[in-house]
Design a protein around this ligand. Sequence first.
Ligand code: SAM
Length: 300
Amino acid sequence: MQGSSGVAQPVTMAEDNPRPLKFSSRGVGFGMETGDGEASYARNSATVQGGMLRDTGHHLTQAVHLMSLPFESQPIRIADFGCSVGANTLSWADLTTQSVLESYRTKASLATNSIPEIQYFFCDIPSNDFNTLFRDLDSKGETRPFFSAAVAGSFHDRLFPKGSLHIAISTWSVQWMSKIPEAVRDVSSPAYNKGRVWVDGGSPVVAEAYAQVHRQDLLSFFAHRAYELAPGGLLFVTCPCRAEPGRPEAQTRGEFQKASPFSGMLEDSWAELVAEVTILLHAAFGAITCHKYRSNSFQS
Ligand SMILES: C[S@@+](CC[C@H](N)C(=O)[O-])C[C@H]1O[C@@H](n2cnc3c(N)ncnc32)[C@H](O)[C@@H]1O
């Protein structure tokens, strides 16, 4: 792997036997908008993130049916990593548990054992709105066919005992990075990403700096889940991707931008915010302070 400095750097796997590191600071602070107000994740995730469920949910059901579900170990333990809050969270929980129950009902006739109990873990960073999630879980007085629990911690750390999970899912979450690459904020680095808050439109070294953090993040995610899953367990992951293979910075404008406008929107929002603050500062303190603020805003 090439580092942001252009020097080859090894990708390091997490330890073979990673110890639990709950409540680490990694990933903390990047949670979704809480509650169920107008700007909340719960009210704004049905279209795009919900589309992922409509498009890929059947793959999960299919994968569960292909599993050889254990008849001897009880309960069946399922965890959703990066569960967030809102309709998608509950729909993924319903789909996963229903698929397990269906599969058992089909196969139970072949075995003497009965349908097992299910324990479902909602995992996200500590600032996730678990209160709204658990309030919604039985807001309509519905009884769901599983026992639920919250696990607060980063999915870049180990969150469960060895071999304890039968199914792990993660939907629209592993694209979240554990940190901003240091080089893109370092004015002395060739990967300094002046004037931008994201990889799009950046130079190849900027793209590589982001890619390096992502590789490390994905490696730690997979290494920890491999440790937590029981033999024969299922890991189901969905996340948004770029439309074409190739280097990210080559796909960030033009046709790609039209097809996937998210990152452009981030840049535009940041530029608007800076412009608004600039105007306010201009009104209050005059042009010199305003110019200074604008320069600083692009350095942090
Ligand atoms: C866009 S939401 C996806 C929610 C839901 N799974 C869905 O399909 O709608 C991404 C979630 O990942 C969580 N997340 C981001 N980084 C995380 C980390 N390191 N550990 C645990 N959760 C994380 C965020 O807090 C957020 O709730």
